[in-house]
Design a protein around this ligand. Structure first.
Ligand code: NAD
Length: 292
C-alpha cells in the first residue's frame, strides 16, 4: 500500500489559523499584539524572499511585523546596537536575525546578543542549553514543525526508534533533543556514520536533514516507518528533498513531500514561537497546542 503523503502545507495553514485566532483573543482580552522584528543584513536574494514571506504571514496572523534592513557593509557594532534596541522594545516579542550574515560579522556573537525570551529561532546558546536540559525553551522552528507533524500522525512517540540524519545546530541536534524528550529512542546519524542504510532500517521514525538530493533510498526504510524530509535541494529537475520520495513512499507508512511538507511548517512555527514569547513576556500561560 502506498504511504500517506503528509500534507505539511495544509497542516501549516490550519496552524496559522489557530495562531490567528489566539492572537485575536489576546488582543481582545489583554490589549496586547505580538510583534516580530526581522533583521536582514545585505541583499542575499534567497534571504530577501524568506523575509518577505515571514513579514506577510506575520501580518496575516494579526501580529505586528517590524523589518530592519541593514546594508551589507553594516558593522558588528551597528548590528549589536540594533539588537540591543529591539531587546528593550516592549512592542517586540520576537527577534529573528536572517542567516547567513556577511563574512565580516561574528554570527554567534550576534545571535547570542538576542534576549533569551525574544529568541524565536531558538538559536541562542541559552535556549539550546535549556532544550538540551529539559527546561522551558524557545524551540527552533523547523524541528518544532517536524515534531508537530509526528505527534499529529502518530500520537505518542514514546518507545519509538527514531533516527535523525544530520547533526546541525538548527535542525539535527534540536530534533534529537525533542524526540528524546518525547521518550523516543534516538540515534543521530551524520557524515561519519558507518553503514547508514542499516542504521536507518531500524527506525520507526526517520528525520532526514542533510542537504543531499534524494539520498535516502527505498530499501533503507523499515516497512510502515514515518519519514520526515527536511532537505531543500535545488537541482536541474527543480526542488527536491533528501529522500527519494517515490521509492520511499512504496515502503514507508507516511512521508512528507518536498515541497509542501516541512517547509511551510517552519514559518508557521516562527509565528507560534512569537505568540508564545508574547504570552510569556506578559505573564500569561503558553498558547494551546503551539509549544513543544
Ligand atoms: P547542515 O549542512 O548544517 O548539516 C548537514 C548535516 O548532514 C551534517 O550534520 C552532516 O554531518 C550530515 N551529513 C552530510 N553528509 C552526510 C551523509 N553523506 N550521510 C549522513 N549525514 C550526512 O544542514 P542543515 O542546516 O541541518 O540543513 C539540512 C537540510 O535541511 C538542507 O537541505 C537545508 O536546506 C534544509 N533545511 C530546511 C528547512 C526547512 O524549513 N524545511 C530548514 C532548515 C534546513
Amino acid at each position: 500500500m502506498a504511504a500517506t503523503r503528509i500534507d505539511g502545507k495544509a497542516f501549516a495553514a490550519e496552524l496559522r489559523q489557530r495562531i490567528a485566532d489566539q492572537v485575536a483573543a489576546l488582543k481582545a482580552e489583554h490589549g496586547v499584539t505580538p510583534g516580530l522584528a526581522v533583521v536582514l543584513v545585505g541583499e542575499d536574494p534567497a534571504s530577501q524572499i524568506y523575509v518577505r514571506s515571514k513579514n506577510k504571514q506575520t501580518v496575516e496572523a494579526g501580529m505586528n511585523s517590524f523589518e530592519h534592513r541593514l546594508p551589507a557593509d553594516a558593522t558588528q557594532a551597528e548590528l549589536l546596537a540594533l539588537i540591543g534596541r529591539l531587546n528593550a522594545d516592549r512592542e517586540v516579542h520576537g527577534i529573528l536575525v536572517q542567516l547567513p550574515l556577511p563574512d565580516h560579522i561574528d554570527e554567534a556573537e550576534v545571535i547570542n546578543a538576542i534576549s533569551v525570551k525574544k529568541d524565536v529561532d531558538g538559536f541562542t546558546v541559552a535556549n539550546a542549553g535549556r532544550l538540551a536540559t529539559g527546561q522551558r525553551a524557545m524551540v527552533p522552528c523547523t524541528p518544532l514543525g517536524c515534531l508537530m507533524l509526528l505527534r499529529d500522525l502518530l500520537g505518542d512517540l514514546s518507545g519509538k526508534e527514531a533516527v535523525v540524519i544530520g547533526r546541525s545546530n538548527i535542525v539535527g541536534k534540536p530534533m534529537a533533543a525533542l524526540l528524546t524528550a518525547e521518550s523516543a529512542t534516538v540515534t543521530v546519524a551524520h557524515s561519519r556514520t558507518v553503514d547508514l542504510p542499516a542504521v536507518v532500517r531500524r527506525a520507526d521514525i526517520v528525520v532526514a536533514a542533510v542537504g543531499r538530493p534524494q539520498m535516502v533510498k527505498g530499501d533503507w526504510i523499515k516497512p510502515g516507518a514515518t519519514v520526515i524530509d527536511v532537505g531543500i535541494n535545488r537541482t536541474e529537475d527543480g526542488l527536491v528533498g533528501d529522500v527519494d520520495y517515490d521509492a520511499v513512499a512504496a515502503v514507508a507508512g507516511a512521508v512528507t513531500p518536498v515541497p509542501g511538507g516541512v517547509g511551510p511548517m517552519t514559518i508557521a512555527c516562527l509565528l507560534a514561537n512569537t505568540l508564545t514569547a508574547c504570552c510569556r513576556s506578559n505573564g500569561l500561560p503558553d498558547p494551546k497546542g503551539l509549544v513543544a
